[in-house]
Design a protein around this ligand. Structure first.
Ligand code: PMP
Length: 314
């Protein structure tokens, strides 16, 4: 399998040439902000679609504002950079990208110079058979300490500690409680549960990332697929043990079922019907098999329009 080139400050470079100075704030303090974005190959359209790019760029800019640095690229330039990294690598398959804005200046207070790279990765589906999770004894960092709303690499040490503990204890992944003792999220995913038929997720004030997938479920998928609205409310730990279904969602996780928590099997211990329906509808939407919300999919090769015209002529 070919190694993929990285887009770094305007050039496509082999990975060993994508270098950062050891004294940079980026390397030493992980002074970066990033987005994890997926692009999906639609074989029928012969097209790659990136999902909700504009929303990812908007969140990147909010993270940069909170971190008090910026990068010298406009949204159209970021869009073009994403297109270049996918077309330049000739990609015609599902891809996960990290788009990372960083500070190369030294010191805790460095705000410049800055740079940006986009790292395309082949990454399969996660835990389709269902994850066995634990409630972590590590607490989600709070908005007044290391805000999770700010998507910085440095924040992920909290997730790393909890993930390694979960694996050492024989689980697949942790679920964080926040400082108030309510359910927050996973290490890199938003949490949902089905309880007494309702689809429930913690509120944005629960020390969670403002997830784009969460918004997609609230705005579109849950109402359309299940004919009900998502309830945003605090979730207590013990509710997890008696939920009918639970799942993680995120750009990377897509919709990943959770089948047990602290070894309590949920429902009948298998992937639940609502989770299964949402997971399959999500994949159809992001890949453009489901044509609704075309504004959420950015065509990378730009042939979809040409093909649609050709089909109309036939
Ligand atoms: N929470 C955290 C901590 C994450 O890293 C992610 C992945 N970006 C999510 C939630 C899900 O966010 P999104 O749906 O925007 O990918």
């Amino acid at each position: 399998m070919t190694t993929l080139k990285i887009w770094m400050n305007g050039d496509l470079v082999p990975e060993p040439d994508a270098k950062l100075p050891v004294n940079s704030a980026a390397v030493f303090y992980a002074t970066n902000v990033f987005e994890g974005i997926r692009a999906y190959w639609n074989a029928g359209d012969e097209e790659m679609y990136c999902f909700r790019l504009a929303d990812h760029f908007a969140r990147l800019r909010e993270s940069m504002k909170m971190m008090r640095f910026t990068v010298p690229y406009s949204d159209p330039q970021l869009h073009e950079a994403v297109r270049q990294v996918l077309t330049g690598n000739g990609l015609r398959e599902d891809i996960h990208m990290h788009l990372v804005a960083y500070v190369t200046g030294a010191g805790l207070d460095a705000t410049e110079p800055t740079g940006l790279y986009i790292n395309p990765r082949r990454r399969g589906r996660l835990g389709e058979g269902g994850l066995r999770c634990c409630v972590s004894s590590w607490v989600r960092t709070s908005d007044n300490a290391i805000p999770i709303r700010l998507k910085s690499g440095s924040n992920y040490q909290n997730g790393r500690l909890a993930t390694l503990q979960a694996k050492a204890d024989g689980y697949d992944a942790p679920i964080f409680l926040n400082g108030q003792g309510h359910v927050a999220e996973g290490s890199g995913a938003t949490f949902f549960m089905v309880r007494r038929g309702q689809v429930v997720t913690p509120p944005l004030s629960a020390d969670i990332l403002e997830s784009i997938t969460r918004t997609t479920l609230i705005q579109d998928l849950v109402p359309r697929v299940l004919a009900q609205d998502v309830v945003e409310r605090e979730i207590d730990r013990t509710e997890l043990y008696v939920a009918e279904e639970t799942f993680f969602c995120g750009s990377g996780y897509e919709i990943t079922p959770i089948v047990s928590i602290d070894r309590f099997p949920l429902g009948d211990g298998r992937v639940g019907a609502k989770t299964r329906a949402l997971a399959s509808a999500y994949m159809d939407l992001v890949r453009g098999v489901d044509r609704s919300h075309p504004e959420w999919r950015t065509a990378v090769y730009g042939r979809a329009g040409v093909m649609a015209e050709a089909a109309a002529r036939r």
